[in-house]
Structures are given as structure tokens and as C-alpha cells.
Design a protein around this ligand. Structure first.
Ligand code: ADP
Ligand code: MG
Length: 199
């Protein structure tokens, strides 16, 4: 079973890896964006960890809804509302249970990913974070490690794609040949899950 502490560890591990990889995320956002993805997420997840420490929600749903709200209010770019929606809607789907099973979490995360698709209008293959998140959710029933591998694979597979959503889509065919920054940060988010689970 996964308790609030597990979800706090997930957010903390994400904050550490986003901080460590911020320059790389911003570098990826340079040729096909506006070079702010790393700083956007660093600001967002730093605020998330600070708020979680201060308010210390005691349910999985409470941790994720608070984290999502915090991302929405601190990240100006497209990724703030999108990641915020992902976490908030996943948290809402978890309800107010003190512990949730791996299956319940996988199903809640699927609801969160669907909410991101509804909000942003992206489908798999559009060269966005969805290209890492959808395969991750599909693999989550197996293990966190399988989800991590699927997300990393999904992020790498965005390179040859032409962007159809977000800032990168303004470049048309010139977006081809670059890995998507949001898919890359989504792979970090899912890798942090494996870390929080001790895998
Ligand atoms: P901005 O584009 O506003 O500068 P960021 O640089 O923080 O925001 O985030 C860019 C990332 O957001 C992209 O790499 C992509 O993965 C993701 N993204 C942008 N638009 C969408 C969308 N409509 N649906 C899903 N993901 C999107
Ligand atoms: Mg950007």
C-alpha cells in the first residue's frame, strides 16, 4: 500500500531530479521553445516541496492535490497548468483514503493523464509530455521500474516527431530532430516514482 509519506517522497525526489536536470531541460527547450522549461519546473517543484513541508497533508490525495495547486500558481509556462492538472486530478481521483493500492494509484494517474489531454488537446504522437506519460501509465500495472523505462523510451521517441501542440508546433517541420523537453521532464517525474518506491 502507498501512504501519504510515499507521495511526499515522490514529490521530493522529483524536486531533486528537476533541480539537477534543470539546465538540460532548458537546453532542450532552447531550439524548439523559449528556453525556460528547466527554470519553470525548478521554481514549481521547489515551491511544492516547501508547501508540503509546511502543510503536511496526511493522505495521498491531499499531497497530490496540494502539489498540483502549487504548480498551477507558481509556474507561468504551459507546463505549470498541465503538470498541475495532472497531479491535482490524480489526487482528486485518490479521494481521502489514508493508503491506496498500486492498482488504485495506476487508475488515478490514468485519470490525471486524461485530464491533461483534455486540457491541452494533445494526443500521443504530438511531441509533448503525453508521449512519455501515456506509455508510463500503460506500464504502471507491472512495476514502477517498468513505467520508468516506458517513460524514458517515450521521451526518446519524441525526437523524430513533428510537434503539433505547444510552442514547438509554431516551428512546423523544424521541430523535427529535437527531443521534447516536457516529455523529458515527465520521464524524470516517473523515474522519481521508482525512487520513492525503492526500485
Ligand atoms: P512554455 O511552452 O509555455 O514555455 P514550458 O517550456 O515549461 O512551457 O513547457 C513546454 C512543454 O510543455 C513542451 O515540451 C510540451 O511537452 C508541453 N506542452 C506544451 N503544450 C502542451 C499541450 N497542449 N499538451 C501537452 N503538453 C504540452
Ligand atoms: Mg518553454
Amino acid at each position: 500500500m502507498l501512504d501519504a509519506d510515499f507521495f511526499r517522497r515522490w514529490m521530493a525526489a522529483t524536486a531533486v531530479s528537476v533541480d539537477r536536470e534543470a539546465e538540460r531541460l532548458t537546453a532542450l527547450d532552447s531550439p524548439i521553445g523559449d528556453a525556460d522549461h528547466g527554470s519553470n519546473l525548478r521554481r514549481g517543484f521547489t515551491a511544492v516541496t516547501a508547501t508540503l513541508e509546511k502543510e503536511a497533508p496526511d493522505t495521498p490525495g491531499g499531497v497530490l492535490t496540494l502539489a498540483g495547486r502549487q504548480l498551477i500558481s507558481t509556474v507561468g509556462g504551459a507546463s505549470g497548468p498541465l503538470y498541475g492538472t495532472l497531479l491535482r486530478r490524480t489526487g482528486k481521483a485518490l479521494g481521502d483514503a489514508a493508503e491506496v493500492s498500486g492498482e488504485e494509484f495506476a487508475s488515478a494517474l490514468r485519470t490525471g493523464v486524461q485530464a491533461v489531454m483534455t486540457l491541452g488537446g494533445a494526443v500521443p504522437g504530438d511531441k509533448t509530455m503525453i508521449d512519455a506519460l501515456v506509455p508510463a501509465v500503460d506500464a504502471l500495472d507491472d512495476s514502477f521500474a517498468a513505467a520508468r523505462a516506458a517513460a524514458e523510451q517515450g521521451a526518446l521517441a519524441t525526437t523524430p516527431l513533428q510537434a503539433r501542440k505547444g510552442r514547438a508546433s509554431y516551428l512546423g517541420e523544424r521541430s523535427i530532430g529535437h527531443q521534447d523537453p516536457g516529455a523529458t521532464s515527465s520521464a524524470l517525474l516517473i523515474a522519481a516514482l521508482a525512487e520513492a518506491g525503492g526500485e
